[in-house]
Structures are given as structure tokens and as C-alpha cells.
Write a protein that binds this ligand. Structure first.
Ligand code: UD1
Length: 430
């Protein structure tokens, strides 16, 4: 199994290209199930999660052409991919495929909307809490679907004549629920209103793509989204937006290691208030023609308290990385997780590097230390893994990050991007 070896202590200098957003690419790819025409997506990142979803979509009958060629693998950075689903050949998404990635469950929305039925295995994915799908199913029920859970599978069926527009108020802001209901409602009869909808940039990106395909959607980016159903959708060409989590992650890596790096092709607006928090912690961040320039100012890292919240609040997907940064801050910071109940697995791994962190319920108290020291650590989930890389960049000596397959799920060419900026990071096979 591959590992990543980091020799800490180098500053980062240069440019890092930001890839297309994983969390936008996945629902956009799934949207290709809604039409028999070709959906062309540009800037699709080359990631294990994307490859896994290509396999799942292939199983439903989606023909995939990468950069115009019929192949699955491509070694270049983000790619243009054509997705064509003339007919849905199978409405079952089996356990073997769905259990590896939670977002693959979202195929339930388009399959139900287009074929009137679906059988989808209950999902897997990162072990960061129970992550149920009750909101998604209640929402589909509000559109008239009948639902039955049987042997680890969800069987859904639309009424004769198709889904019927309805109103669903989500009990808690949920990105996946918003994606699924938005997709399902595009082909329903009548109007659907999603209340307490997620307003993440990836939801807006999906709404923009669906609109280009002929859907009638208003309010994406606010807490209330209205969808007027249409009888069919057409193909479209859409560019996946830049990855805000990758942007924030590298910004924190630079704040941690020091240096001066331009993050190419990204935009501060995608991060809500998260970069302001990083400014308070001691980074200077400025917009340039090509992206964002991040410089660690000379005063060291300051402790800042954060609480994770739905967009535009501080994203849960940057919580682990920010905690890594706070391990070296002057003072004590308090980090509260409100989105997932079990997203502190990185705490004990950061402690192996010398971090001082205590947990009380959903809040971590991080007391900054003068230095971290390299050690072997274990990656536990996608974002936790990269927090260990960030800590390793500033630790004295060698940090070996084990089980890095999580990193490959969500960070395109991480070691290459860091190495180009002067970090000593290498992948060790076996
Ligand atoms: C998406 C992101 C993930 C991010 C998360 C929160 C993708 C592929 N993944 O995950 O990186 O961390 O948003 O920003 O885009 N919930 C329920 N019942 C449900 C659905 C959700 O209780 O039916 C709960 C979850 O357990 C969690 C909260 O709602 O506590 C938010 O989850 P949600 O926004 O749905 O996360 P995902 O869409 O799975």
C-alpha cells in the first residue's frame, strides 16, 4: 500500500494549479443520467472518486469519452469528458460499487426521475459519523416516491406518470439532499420547493449546469430553491468550478510551512469567510490576475477559534487542516465541529507529531506548541489525511503518512504540486 514520506522544514514557493472541484464534479457527472444527449464536462479532476463514479455510471449505461477518446484512464491533469446515456440499461446500483463512496448513492435521484424506479445500495464513504440518508428519502417521498428498504438496498418507485412536484423542508442543511432533490425535481410534474436548502458553491454549479440542460431552477445559492419540472433535458457543455477545499488546504499548508505561493485558477468568493479566518491566523491573501497569492507574514501563526457551519460558514472539510495549522499557533484555539459527529480522528494522529489537543464533546482545544516532530501516522479519512501532510510539512524530520488511498480520492497529484513548490514529499510504494 502506498505511503507518503515528508521531510519537514522547507518553505513553499511557486505556483499550484487548483483542480476542478471533486464535490461539484460528482453530482455533475450524475446529472448525465437525466438526458439521452451528451453532457460535456470540462475541468473534471483525475481522482479515485471520479474513476469510481465512472464505473458506476457505466453500469447504468453511460458511455464515457475522455478528451474525445473512448478510454477510462488519462494521466493528464483535469480533463474534458463526454457523458452520453442514450438509454438507462440498469436501474440498480449494486453494493460492490456504491459502498466505496457515499456520493454514488445520489444516482437515486436521476434514475427515479427518468425511469420511474431505482434500486440503490445504502452508501459507504469516509467514516466520519453515521451519515444517514433519511432526508434524501423523505424528500423523494415528498415528490410522490414510494420507498422500501430491503436487504441493504433502497427500492424507490415513482407514481404512474412520474414524480410530482412537492415541498420539502430539510431538517438540517444537507448538500447531498439538495443535489438529489434538485435533480429529481427537474423532470417532475409541477413545481418543487426545497426549503433550508444547501447554498454551497457546488449546489450553484449543479443548478447552472442543469439550467444549461433546460431545467427551470431559481434560488440556487439561497436557502430556498424552486424547480419547475420540464418534460425532458438536453445535453450541455459545462466547466466544473475550482475546488474550494483544495484551495483552502494549500492556503493552510503555506500558512503552516511559510513561503509565497500563487494558487492558480481559483477565487476567494468560493470560500465564503474561511480565508478571512486564515488572515486572522497570520496569512496575507491577495487576489491576482491568475488566482490567489498566499504569503505567511513574519509574525508567526496566531490562535483563532472556529466553528464549522454550512456555507458561507467555515467548512467542515477544512476543519482538520485548520487544526493542523493551530497546533503551531501562539496561544490556544477552540475548534467546534457541528456538521459531523465523529470528525476528530486526526486528533490522535496529530498528537503523535507532538500536538497538544484535548477533546470535549464536539470541541477540540488546541494549545499551540513551538515545534512538531516527524513520526509515522495513519490517514483515517480524506480531509484528515491531508491535515497530517500539512503538519508534516512543518514538523522536524520525517513524517510517514500511511494509508494514503484516502488522499487519492480527493487531491489531484498532491505530492507533485507540493514538490514543485520546494516541499520534500515523496510517494513510497509497497
Ligand atoms: C457533502 C460533501 C462533504 C461535506 C459535506 C458537508 C460531497 C461529495 N461531499 O457531503 O465533503 O463534508 O457535504 O459540507 O459533496 N444528514 C442526515 N440525513 C441525510 C443527509 C444528511 O442526517 O439524509 C446529515 C449528515 O449526517 C451530516 C449533515 O446532515 O450531519 C450534513 O451532511 P450533507 O451535507 O448531506 O453531507 P454530504 O452531502 O454527504
Amino acid at each position: 500500500m502506498d505511503r507518503i514520506r515528508i521531510t519537514g522544514g522547507n518553505e513553499l514557493r511557486g505556483t499550484i494549479p487548483i483542480s476542478g472541484a471533486k464535490n461539484a464534479a460528482l453530482p455533475l457527472m450524475i446529472a448525465s443520467l437525466l438526458t439521452s444527449d451528451t453532457l460535456t464536462l470540462e475541468n473534471v479532476p483525475h481522482l479515485a472518486d471520479v474513476e469510481q463514479l465512472l464505473r458506476i455510471l457505466g453500469n447504468h449505461g453511460v458511455d464515457v469519452a475522455v478528451n474525445g477518446r473512448r478510454e477510462r484512464q488519462d494521466e493528464s491533469y483535469s480533463r474534458t469528458i463526454n457523458f452520453t446515456c442514450r438509454t438507462i440499461v440498469d436501474t440498480t446500483a449494486p453494493y460492490e460499487l456504491v459502498s466505496k463512496m457515499r456520493a454514488s448513492f445520489w444516482v437515486i435521484g436521476p434514475l427515479l426521475a427518468r425511469e420511474g424506479q431505482a434500486r440503490v445500495s445504502l452508501p459507504g464513504g469516509c467514516a466520519i459519523g453515521t451519515r444517514p440518508v433519511d432526508f434524501l428519502l423523505d424528500g423523494l417521498q415528498a415528490l410522490g416516491a414510494e420507498i422500501e428498504i430491503d436487504g441493504g438496498y433502497v427500492n424507490v418507485r415513482a407514481p404512474k406518470g412520474g414524480l410530482i412536484g412537492g415541498r420539502y423542508a430539510c431538517p438540517k442543511v444537507s448538500v447531498g439532499t439538495t443535489h438529489v432533490l434538485m435533480m429529481a425535481a427537474t423532470l417532475a410534474n409541477g413545481t418543487t420547493v426545497i426549503e433550508n436548502a444547501a447554498s454551497e458553491p457546488e449546489v450553484v454549479d449543479l443548478a447552472n449546469c442543469l439550467t444549461a440542460m433546460g431545467a427551470k431552477i431559481s434560488g440556487a445559492g439561497t436557502r430556498t430553491i424552486t424547480i419547475d419540472g420540464v418534460t425532458s433535458l438536453s445535453g450541455a457543455r459545462h466547466r466544473v468550478l475550482p475546488d474550494r477545499i483544495e484551495t483552502g488546504t494549500y492556503a493552510m499548508a503555506i500558512a503552516m510551512a511559510g513561503g509565497d505561493v500563487t494558487l492558480q485558477g481559483t477565487d476567494e468568493a468560493l470560500l465564503g469567510g474561511a480565508l478571512d479566518t486564515l488572515r486572522q491566523a497570520g496569512a496575507s491573501i491577495t487576489a491576482t490576475e491568475s488566482g490567489l497569492r498566499i504569503v505567511r507574514n513574519g509574525n508567526g501563526i496566531q490562535a483563532v477559534d472556529i466553528t464549522t457551519e454550512p456555507f458561507p460558514g467555515f467548512p467542515t472539510d477544512l476543519q482538520a487542516q485548520f487544526m493542523a495549522l493551530m497546533t503551531r499557533a501562539s496561544g490556544v484555539s477552540s475548534i467546534t465541529e457541528t456538521i459531523f459527529e465523529n470528525r476528530f480522528m486526526h486528533v490522535q494522529e496529530l498528537a503523535r507529531l507532538g500536538a497538544k489537543i484535548s477533546l470535549s464533546g464536539q470541541t477540540a482545544r488546541v494549545e499551540g506548541v513551538a515545534k512538531l516532530k516527524g513520526a509515522p501516522v495513519m490517514a483515517t479519512d480524506l480531509r484528515a489525511s491531508v491535515s497530517l501532510v500539512i503538519a508534516g510539512l512543518a514538523a522536524e524530520g520525517e513524517t510517514m503518512v500511511n494509508r494514503i488511498y484516502h488522499l487519492d480520492r480527493g487531491f489531484e497529484r498532491l505530492e507533485e504540486k507540493l514538490t514543485r513548490c520546494g516541499a520534500i514529499v515523496e510517494r513510497v510504494s509497497g
